[in-house]
Design a protein around this ligand. Sequence first.
Ligand code: SAH
Length: 474
Amino acid sequence: MDYFPLYHDMRGRRCLLIGGGAVAARKLRLLLKTPVVIDLVSPDLHRETCELVNEHSSQVTHHERLFNSESDQHLLVSSVFVIAATDSPVLHEDIAKLCQQLNVPLNVVDQPELCSITTPAIVDRSPVTIAISTAAKAPVLGRQIRRQLEQSLPANLGRFADLLGGYRDKIKSKISDETQRLRFWQWLVEGPAQQAAVKNDFDATRRLVDDALENITGDYASKGEVYLVGAGPGDPELLTLKALRLMQQADVVLYDRLVSPAVMELLRRDAERIYVGKRRDDHSVPQEDINQLLAKLALEGKRVLRLKGGDPFIFGRGGEELETLAEMGVSFEVVPGITAASGCASYAGIPLTHRDYAQSVRFITGHLKNNQENIRWAELAAADQTLVFYMSLVGLPRICEALIEAGRDPKTPAALVERGTCEEQRVMISDLTKLPEASKREQFRAPTLLIIGGVVSLHEKLNWFSGKESFIEV
Ligand code: SAH
């Protein structure tokens, strides 16, 4: 971030605008939205500038002359910032030098190399204002973003913010607990009071807020709860709308290794984050402790997000976590996610079922316990089914070997998908005999998903996703 956004308090300040043409008029119009007192230096004025100066004579002083680096220095140093909008690049350079010497922030229209500050595209719903900058790289893009925001924000947003501002002190004195207060504010900005405001019914908004403050055990003060949410296999665009909403609401988030960094980016900025990840044979937080922690945080009144890779009910131990919550009377909600099998198969161009190849698909854990005897291999031998093995990297040689022993054709196509749906996705296409050796050679690392069956051969035609790495065929 080369440019750091800040907001200037313009009350009781002065500002210097150099130039009187059409461009200066645009800047002047913008400045006049604020209470700043403006010195405008220009030997002549464009019609539009002249009208603005006359209309706002108490706020703008027109100094009818060319800007002079010496005699006009006093105007410069008393300004919160300076805008130069003349048609003289030479004058702009002089002004830039002077501002640099005197440490006064300067914006020069259309000459980014001379600017120490840039003016953003602005969405104005005062007191709510949104500033969009592209660091002078693509102003048109900035304006397009502004248009999108303009369309999506209610016109009376500012009035709503003003109304809420009027309640700030009262809320603070009525609700001393910080978590409860935050909850109340969230109820205000997304609950019925906000909906009434969007409909321009500010009397109803006020009534709702007043009533709520009289009775602080309303909805917003309800007990904490747990959201068990599937974060999908990695690509953040595969999140559900519901997952995204809850990610924005939660007070605290428990997440593990499978949740991709791109998904983590979308969490509420100030939510507390607790890593409870596991790796094979390295259980950093025992499952029972996670179950207890979820319950404890919810009972403290927090909205707890348990974020899990893929779908929480597929090899996610989501069920176990919920059992503890149910026993302790904590309310919860479950949001399904796209499981690795769906995500990896789609992004590798492998349909999990196909009329010609597979009439069923099975999701199997490849985490082999007690000498691998927890899997009934004979059931997996029939050719007309797709097998998807989760957690199968370590067990891969044994899985392929056992399937062949059970009668599955050694030439059955098999795919190994590493970090499926992420930009770094790698896919190896091979068969049951060659895959284990090849994946070792290419150093495939967890998380990987193993897909076995005739459908794998379709990837050649149906592959569409090109991350940084593509297919390796062996
Ligand atoms: N609940 C998860 C699965 C958890 S088990 C889900 O529904 O997807 C963990 C296993 O999921 C990993 O060992 C790996 O086999 C698989 N997995 C999860 N995300 C993956 C990804 N992006 N790419 C490949 N495999 C993945």
